[in-house]
Design a protein around this ligand. Structure first.
Ligand SMILES: Nc1ncnc2c1ncn2[C@@H]1O[C@H](COP(=O)(O)OP(=O)(O)OP(=O)(O)O)[C@@H](O)[C@H]1O
Ligand SMILES: C[C@@](O)(CCO)CC(=O)[O-]
Ligand SMILES: [Mg+2]
Length: 338
């Protein structure tokens, strides 16, 4: 039996624009998906994803991939989860050169689904690592990231960048620009997350930005401007001392860029009333900056605030269902038990 875990992430800058070759800086945060894998002799795959929940929905699903489960849960949710896990299994079988390997798989995750914190990437990254190790093959985290990207790309029908999977596999802060992926130094940033309890449809939101970009030159310019502000943010991080808590000046400069980034994402049509309400609650509470994170449409915002004020204020914001501090996860995918 092998258990691996992988973290979720927030975007400091650059989601959506990263799909069109602009740079982005996601940061891994200490909320993890854990995947436990036990090889099976009979070549079948059984999956237990006990906390598959969305919008307050909780389903218990124990089924086999060859034999679709008959459960009372939103079919598209179960289908999507099966697809991510099937894609991870395919990658693991190929990497270990065991095309007929079977598995019992258990998924447990503390990352809300479809909310911009990279739950899909974390499940796929931890799943590939656990399944290959269960077969006696060890991949380095870069290889896990590459295979996890292939899996996400396939399930999301081409609407995926390398950002989420690379960040989850490597941990810490990373920068992704097209196929160029690297880890970068960053100080311990005081992230606060607000979650509206909902979710956005990543594929639909990416398609919406694509259409706007094709229709209007100014929308294409908006995407490029996100790239410009991301590059400026990267310079701020490069000049900072990664060992020290960031000072007020650095937080103010990063926060200003986050606010600008949120405004541009809003212009690109991927924000939501609840996300804007949480962003404003954070700013009113004194956060250095706040923006939506991930695909948008609903889900999470991320703010920078070393004090408790933002988390406290979000706790009293009607649109916010949950708020929590998110520590930078310096470790990416890791073995929990083998
Ligand atoms: N605990 C889990 N168990 C099984 N499947 C999961 C789990 N968590 C996430 N998934 C899969 O990932 C899907 C959500 O992925 P999606 O890319 O839409 O959102 P996200 O990764 O949470 O957010 P974003 O990509 O915006 O950062 C779920 O519908 C499900 O298929
Ligand atoms: C919206 C997007 O940029 C981030 C989703 O977390 C899509 C992607 O990069 O795959
Ligand atoms: Mg995802």
């Amino acid at each position: 039996m092998t258990t691996c875990s992988a973290p979720g992430k927030v975007y400091l800058f650059g989601e959506h624009a990263v799909v069109y070759g602009e740079p982005a800086v996601p940061c891994a945060v200490e909320r993890r998906a854990r995947v436990t894998v036990e090889p099976r002799e009979d070549g079948r795959v059984r999956v237990d994803a006990a906390d598959l929940s969305l919008d307050g929905f909780t389903v218990t699903w124990g089924g086999s991939i060859d034999d679709r489960p008959d459960i009372d849960a939103p079919a598209p949710l179960v289908e999507a989860a099966m697809e991510y896990i099937e894609a991870a299994v395919r990658q693991a079988r190929e990497a270990a050169d065991r095309p007929d390997a079977g598995f019992d798989i258990t998924v447990e995750s503390a990352i809300p689904l479809g909310a911009g914190l990279g739950s899909s990437a974390a499940v796929v990254v931890a799943g590939i690592d656990a399944a290959t190790r269960a077969l006696g093959t060890e991949l380095d985290p870069e290889e896990v990231a590459r295979r996890a990207y292939e899996a996400e790309y396939e399930v999301q029908e081409g609407q995926a960048s390398r950002a989420d999977t690379f960040c989850s596999a490597m941990g810490g802060a990373v920068r992704v620009e097209g196929d160029d992926t690297r880890t970068i130094d960053a100080p311990p940033l005081p992230f606060v997350v607000g979650y509206d309890g909902g979710a956005g449809d990543t594929g639909e939101l990416v398609a919406g930005v694509r259409a706007l970009r094709e229709e209007h030159a100014f929308a294409a310019d908006t995407v490029e401007t996100v790239g410009d502000l991301t590059r400026e943010g990267e310079r701020l991080l490069a000049d900072a001392d990664p060992e020290r808590e960031p000072g007020d000046e650095l937080l103010a400069d990063l926060g200003e860029l986050m606010n600008f980034n949120h405004g541009l994402l809003e212009a690109l049509g991927v924000s939501a009333r609840s996300l804007d309400a949480m962003v404003w609650a954070a700013r009113d509470a004194g956060a250095a900056g706040a923006k939506l994170t991930g695909a948008g449409g609903g889900g999470c915002i991320v703010a920078l605030d070393p004090t408790d004020e933002t988390q406290h204020a979000l706790g009293y914001t009607a649109e916010c269902e949950q708020s929590f501090r998110a520590e930078l996860a310096t470790e990416g995918v890791r073995v929990e038990a083998a």
